[in-house]
Design a protein around this ligand. Structure first.
Ligand SMILES: [Zn+2]
Length: 688
């Protein structure tokens, strides 16, 4: 996941492109994890993406995007559900991983309260499910939402009504308004049965019970939720129009009276020293429980003390989750299978002799990447140690070398893509090997098509992600060239559900209109790695025509050729990007797909970045104030490349003064002399 370029060596243009890519990738993984409940990468790899993003932003603060992943926490909401604000925020808990950390928590709490006597605690097994907030008005269940980001969740009221352990009406007397929190979960047995049904139906198999519960609750059709065996344990309160108990333990009893299930293993502990024994007892009982737990939550029992203790940001000082160590098991590795991700990344997956790890049958585990396999020397036939921690995908931790078969051979990572047979290359310094068959690889097709029609590329109106997927499923789209065959299906499209004559005609017109395209859009649309809009423009301007570009790239594939040197010396391109291009052109089937596509199109000649025909050739330019989209040296270099003369002071000979933020005397002088001033945006317009 670490990119080829050290952050110190990134140019501003590269940084901007990588931030855009990271924003897309992280959003994709967030959606896979939270919205579709199907993580595609390990938590460690995901964290690495976020860290890289943060490090680039730290070096280039002006490039921080409006949609920057650092501005969002996980758990983005899917559009299908209305948002619902919690009256009292839903908290997240601090974790302890051993007795010492637990003791520190107790010591901190007592010091805060200025007391020496022991704390009375309530211990509750921590269910690995989905936290929800239920609102009852006058004893009736009126609304229910997922935790979401803690302040705002998704309205899943209709789905919650289908769960038997969510009472429609509270039994006995209840406050006029009360928010009750709990965990929706699925038992281990139901999880396995559900996955079997899913597998038989060819549907998605869930990674773990937590994902299965979340995926089942967050169905747009409540009938699907109703068909899933979900349960609920209640354990906390949010807003309440009147106090219902003086202690948390008493509150749990009220919950039971109202008709909720409360985890029967919950206990009231007279003092914190009893916690260790309780922790051991539950960890021993864990694998025999019908549901997944990943630790025990300890809460200060006295609600008055809870109020005094309060919060540190979103974390209460009165509760802690003491987590269990990860669960491990050993089994035999049957096969290493290579999955190809939507961006062409090759990910190794261990196919295992199924084994029970903490009550869940595991038949597959992640091996992360090529280096991890080498480092652990994992081989087919090995007995391996597996680990499953919470909702993390099971992983291979180590090899039991004593049990290695005599004829075992070291694993060699494939250098061709198993999905399409194209070369799979691993740029120096990168952890991930990638398929180079972007245009032809089935694993990457849908993603490439979506990119192809996106706004900076072919910008085809009416062709959104869903439509692309729909037409792809229909078998109409194998590669981008097929998009231009869609108008032949206008009649068929018009008859589809959700379409009509007008929308089909509009779509086909939009496609036909794009048969003529600029070279830069065309290059960008190919989706070659690191060739974003900026680099595509540089290439288009440098090479002018499609035919010339194609021929030059072909020739540049030869290391040491003049064409290769020329490519690497284009300002803003550099050797890393040059390599991505030559990798693409080295794959014969990419060329075939490229030519098939080009045959459908009229690709316009690009305007050369020739000094003589630029609007600013021969002009004298002064930059003043702080520029926002480029550095001063960058602005100067760009202007000079287009034939302008850049000076530091304003005189009568000055043609333009480009005024940035907080411009001072130079802007005033320009006004006095009647020299034309322009904003940075106007300047960009002029030189682009
Ligand atoms: Zn491939």
């Amino acid at each position: 996941m670490n990119s080829a370029i050290p952050i110190d060596a990134l140019t501003e243009a590269e940084a901007a492109e990588e931030l855009a890519q990271l924003a897309r990738d992280i959003a994709h993984h967030d959606a896979a994890y939270h919205t579709h409940d199907a993580p595609e990468i390990s938590d460690a790899d995901y964290d690495a993406l976020r860290q890289r993003n943060a490090a680039i932003e730290a070096r280039f603060p002006t490039l921080i995007r409006a949609d920057s992943p650092s501005a969002r926490v996980g758990g983005a909401l899917e559009s299908g559900f209305a948002k619902l604000r919690h009256r009292v925020p839903m908290l997240s808990l601090d974790n302890a991983f051993d007795a010492m950390e637990f003791t520190e928590f107790c010591t901190r709490a007592k010091r805060f309260l200025g007391r020496t006597e022991p704390l009375t605690l309530v211990a509750e097994p921590k269910i690995d499910g989905l936290s929800i907030n239920l609102t009852y008005e006058h004893g009736r269940f009126v609304r229910g939402a997922t935790r979401g980001d803690g302040s705002e969740g998704e309205d899943v009221t209709a789905n919650l009504r289908t769960i038997q352990s969510v009472p429609a009406e509270l039994l006995g007397k209840a406050p006029a308004l009360i928010e009750i929190r709990g965990e929706v979960f699925i038992t281990k047995a139901d999880f396995l049965a559900l996955n079997q049904i899913q597998a038989q139906a060819g549907a998605r198999v869930f990674a773990n019970p937590r994902n299965a519960a979340a995926g089942s609750l967050r169905q747009l059709d409540p009938r699907i939720t109703a068909s899933r065996p979900l349960s609920l344990f209640a354990y906390a309160q949010g807003e309440s129009s009147e106090p219902v108990a003086a202690t948390h333990w008493a509150y749990l009893q009220r919950l039971k009276d109202w008709g909720f299930d409360v985890n029967p293993l919950s206990r009231l502990l007279d003092n914190e020293t009893d916690a260790e024994a309780f922790q051991i007892k539950i960890s021993l009982a864990r694998s025999g429980l019908g549901y997944d737990i990943d630790g025990v939550v300890y809460k200060v029992d006295d609600l008055g003390l809870q109020r005094r203790l309060g919060f540190v940001s979103r974390t209460p000082r009165w509760a802690i989750a003491w987590k269990f160590p990860a669960e491990q098991a050993t089994t035999v590795l049957r096969e290493i299978r290579i999955q190809v991700g939507r961006t062409g990344a090759l990910t190794p997956v261990a196919e295992l002799e199924p084994v029970n790890v903490g009550g869940v049958l595991v038949a597959r585990a992640t091996l992360h990447n090529e280096d991890e396999i080498t480092r652990k020397d994992v081989r087919v036939g090995d007995t391996v140690v597996l680990q499953r921690a919470g909702d993390v995908i099971p992983q291979v931790v180590s090899v039991v070398t004593e049990r290695r078969p005599a004829d075992s051979v070291a694993y060699s990572f494939p250098d061709v893509c198993p999905a399409c047979g194209s070369h799979a290359v691993r740029p120096p310094g990168e952890a991930v090997r990638r398929c180079t068959g972007g245009l032809i690889c089935p694993a990457q097709r849908v993603e490439r098509l979506i990119h192809f029609v996106s706004r900076p590329a072919f910008d085809i109106d009416g062709l959104g992600d869903k439509t692309i997927q729909e037409f792809f499923n229909e078998g109409w789209l194998h590669g981008p060239a097929d998009l231009f065959k869609l108008p032949e299906r206008e009649g068929e499209i018009a008859k589809r559900e959700g379409w009509g004559k007008v929308s089909a005609r509009n779509l086909c017109r939009a496609i036909v209109a794009r048969r003529t395209i600029t070279l830069e859009r065309f290059i960008f649309a190919l989706g070659i790695r690191r060739i974003g809009a900026t680099n595509a423009k540089l290439l288009a301007r440098h090479y002018g025509t499609f035919a010339n570009w194609r021929a030059q790239m072909f020739a540049a594939s030869q290391i040491g050729s003049d064409e290769r040197v020329e490519l690497g010396s284009i300002s803003g391109i550099g050797p890393t990007i040059a390599e991505e291009l030559t990798d693409f052109f080295a794959e014969a089937r990419n060329i075939a797909a490229l030519d098939e596509l080009a045959a459908e199109l009229t690709i316009e000649e690009a305007v050369h970045a020739d000094a003589s025909d630029s609007l600013i050739a021969g002009k004298t330019v002064v930059f003043t104030g702080t520029l926002e989209t480029m550095t001063r040296p960058e602005a100067k270099a760009r202007a000079e490349a287009l034939g302008a003369k850049v000076t530091d002071s304003v005189s009568k000979k000055t043609d333009f003064v480009v005024v940035g933020v907080d411009a001072g005397s130079k802007a005033r002088k320009a006004a006095e002399l009647g020299v034309r001033t322009m904003t940075e945006a106007e300047w960009q317009e002029m030189v682009s």
